[in-house]
Write a protein that binds this ligand. Structure first.
Ligand SMILES: Cc1ncc(COP(=O)(O)O)c(C=O)c1O
Length: 488
């Protein structure tokens, strides 16, 4: 069991030796006890030199960060040897678990052939093999693959490809993008532009380009409105971009699948390019290999990342249809060329593990496991949480789940507190505002589903008793808006 230790917070400029100084002060003055353990020491060292994404570093240390020392299957192990079930798949990337011997071996084998060679104007055998394997399974017509590193880079590539497609075709006016409220496509400026406001995006409004905005998934008219916008703006659109089935970063908002189907058909009918961002939903998370397939969507451009390498290495990819690809063919060094590429795009180690991952998804029948565990998790979540006044809504598709809490006033940070309490039950969670995200590895076992739901129920009881609400834990003026709280 985890014993919560008092931690000195807010002093991120302390030197590496300050923990020793504090310990010595404690020894000569036995007042409040501060017992440095190896986890505390690692947190302090971390806070001194690391700047964490989507994290307020002034309060980093007090939010019980996990400093991982080791990992084993579905578990992360901290510096003190405590094990935590990785219920968010290390921010939605790990599909089969950590230290999977078959995946480790794929990387080791590839190391013997070289870690990386440039893909700019040149190739690498393992990347060819991966692309051939991906081409057989992605819902893109005769796909061609441009590799990058993070999801946001795959989105940038897709936006630029869509834009240049019309230029290369000699058809003017297609300069706008249509995206959805609640969307999240990454943090580079282009991806931030098509993403919705919130998550700190608004600060960069002067840099973000304007987009046409369809309603959020939880609006019952979402797709009717989006289809009407497509009809009205077809001649101006470079493309539409959507997270098919689930908007993960807005707290696992589920879309109406029939509406999505009609939306895809409208794009085809009006000759509007469709970009599907499956960076979160891809590789089995929803129960299908790709969520686009569930609704018969055939995107012109498909963005993949996160689970592409089973969460092992940073690799993303934009898959372009043959029609898009052909519009870029022309003379050497000519204007039709896509002048875009990243140093590490198509990294050989990442390609090797991605290829092995695809084989294992098939060999282990991972999709069947996702569907079975999802049904089990859905039932258990409702059984255990429905009656709790602290729970507002449960959303689940495949192994992408969000349990939205119902704090009676702002500033209570229930999401944060539930995640901290879950550590006491050996479960690692990371909430988005007051929605507790559950995105376990696709190979989660039945027992682990029970363990996670049990831990979540107990953590909600411990952290959010609506009857025992005191004053908000931080002054409202200093509260970050919920949408800038932890996100991917
Ligand atoms: C749907 C979607 N698109 C894009 C991204 C950005 O990916 P990355 O963080 O790898 O840049 C994310 C990250 O959560 C995502 O969920």
């Amino acid at each position: 069991m985890f014993t919560h230790r008092k931690r000195i917070v807010g002093d991120t400029r302390t030197s590496h030796t300050s923990i020793v100084a504090r310990t010595m002060a404690t020894m000569s003055n036995p007042g409040p006890v501060f017992t440095p353990t190896s986890t505390d020491a690692w947190i302090e060292r971390d806070a001194n030199v690391v700047w964490h994404g989507f994290t307020q570093m002034q309060t980093f240390a007090e939010n019980r960060p996990l400093i991982v020392a080791d990992s084993d299957g579905h578990y992360l192990i901290d510096s003190d040897g405590r094990r935590y079930f990785d219920a968010v798949s290390s921010l939605w990337v790990t599909t089969l678990g950590h230290r999977v011997p078959e995946l480790d071996d794929a990387i080791i084998q590839q190391l013997g052939r070289g870690a990386h060679s440039t893909m700019l104007g040149n190739g690498n055998q393992i990347v060819v093999e991966l692309s051939e394997a991906l081409a057989k399974v992605v819902p893109v017509d005769t796909a061609h693959f441009l590799y990058a590193s993070d999801g946001a880079s795959a989105v940038e590539q897709a936006l630029k490809m869509a834009f240049q497609y019309w230029v290369n075709c000699g058809i003017g006016g297609h300069t706008k993008f249509l995206a959805f409220r609640g969307a999240y496509h990454g943090d580079t400026i282009g991806a931030l532009s098509v993403g919705d406001d919130g998550f700190g995006a608004d600060i960069f409004n002067a840099l973000r380009f304007p987009v046409l905005r369809a309603p959020a998934f939880n609006d019952p008219n979402c797709f009717d409105t989006a289809i009407a916008m497509i009809e009205q703006h077809a001649q101006e659109l470079a493309a539409v971009i959507i997270e098919p089935s689930v908007q993960a970063a807005s707290g696992m908002q589920l879309c109406d699948l029939d509406g999505l189907r009609r939306f895809g058909a409208a794009c085809k009918q009006h000759n509007v390019l469709l970009i599907c961002d499956e960076i979160a939903t891809g590789f089995g998370r929803t129960g299908d290999l790709f969520a686009s397939t569930t609704c018969g969507l055939q995107p012109d451009l498909l963005c993949l990342g996160k689970g592409l390498t089973a969460g092992y290495l940073a690799m993303s990819v934009t898959a372009a249809s043959d029609e898009i690809f052909r519009a870029f063919l022309g003379p050497d060094l000519g204007d039709k060329t896509f002048y875009h590429g990243h140093s590490f795009g198509g990294n050989a180690l990442a390609a090797a593990v991605a290829l092995r991952h695809l084989e294992l998804i098939d060999a282990w029948d991972v999709l069947a496991n996702v569907r079975e565990r999802s049904a089990e998790m859905e039932q258990l979540l409702h059984d255990r949480l429905d009656a709790k006044p602290a729970v507002k809504e449960i959303r689940l598709r495949g192994v992408m789940g969000g349990v939205e809490l119902a704090p009676p006033q702002p500033g209570l940070r229930w999401g944060r507190k539930v995640a901290a309490a879950a550590l006491d039950h050996g479960v690692f969670l990371r909430p988005i505002g007051d929605t507790v995200i559950l995105m376990p590895p696709c190979t989660i076992t039945s027992q682990q589903v029970h363990d996670v739901v049990h831990a979540l129920a107990a953590s909600i009881d411990a952290a959010c008793d609506p009857a025992a609400i005191g004053p908000a834990t931080i002054e409202p003026a200093t509260i970050e808006p919920a949408t800038i709280e932890p996100a991917p």
